[in-house]
Design a binder for this molecule. Structure first.
Ligand code: DX5
Ligand code: ZN
Length: 226
């Protein structure tokens, strides 16, 4: 299995103290920091809700000072517009959603990688893995696949165990691929994800809500390493 990486979701952190929260997570043993960027458009293309926008890339720069690996998960409809701003802001990896940009996948991956970031592709619970095989196998291929284990939108939702067959099949096909799971990961659900073959673990509420975040990170890591 590729190296385990524990990536606490900063969505559950105190945004007003993002830099110190990031530092705290590093001290707790986090490998990566998961940054959720959500931008949902309503019918009239008005912004419904958002977290971190490229305009707020100062935040990313701030966290960059800590030398953390910034694992950026872009739940946006137009990821191509974000590649340069995120590269400039110091993002380490750029994960886009497969559901949004079918036509321009190769170009998108190429631009992410040529701007110095790792490329990842995410799939929502309703999206079959077959859709993304070409992105893993193609010439300009992704470094990571993110299998969502909740519907994107919020932290603190329940883990969907029925996503594990997707992880299992991806692991069977691609022994060296980074496979990330995101949503509802906690000490109570990690063993299922580990058994299926996930090695990159996002956890928001389970880490930030814990009395002993370092202890939770250790439990998550041990389960993958076992
Ligand atoms: C959901 C986000 C997740 C979320 C996970 O849209 O992609 O990263 O923060 O939070 P937990 O770990 O609390 O389910
Ligand atoms: Zn996420």
């Amino acid at each position: 299995l590729p190296t385990p990486k524990i990536s606490p979701s900063m969505l559950s952190s105190d945004f007003a103290n993002l830099a110190s929260e990031a530092k705290f997570m590093e001290d707790c043993g986090a490998d990566w920091l998961h940054m959720d960027i959500m931008l949902f458009y309503s019918e009239n293309s008005k912004v419904k809700r958002f977290n971190i926008l490229p305009r707020e890339s100062k935040f990313l720069k701030l966290v960059r000072l800590l030398k953390a690996f910034l694992d950026c998960h872009l739940m946006v409809t137009n990821p191509a517009d974000y590649v340069m701003p995120f590269a400039k802001a110091g993002a380490s990896s750029f994960t886009f959603h497969a559901e949004v940009t079918k036509d321009s996948w190769p170009e998108l991956i190429k631009s992410i990688k040529s701007s110095g970031m790792q490329a990842g592709v995410a799939i929502k619970p309703g999206t079959p893995i077959e859709d993304i095989f070409p992105l893993v196998e193609g010439e300009d291929s992704v470094d990571m696949v993110l299998v969502m284990t909740v519907e994107p939108g919020f932290g603190g939702q329940s883990f969907m165990p029925d996503m594990m067959p997707k992880v299992k099949e991806l692991r069977r096909r691609y022994p060296n691929l980074d496979i990330q799971v995101d949503g509802g990961l906690a000490p109570s659900t990690i063993d299922q994800a580990a058994a299926a073959g996930a090695n990159v673990i996002v956890a928001g509420s389970a880490v930030f809500g814990a009395k002993d975040p370092a202890g939770v990170i250790k439990i998550l890591r041990n389960s993958i390493e076992r």
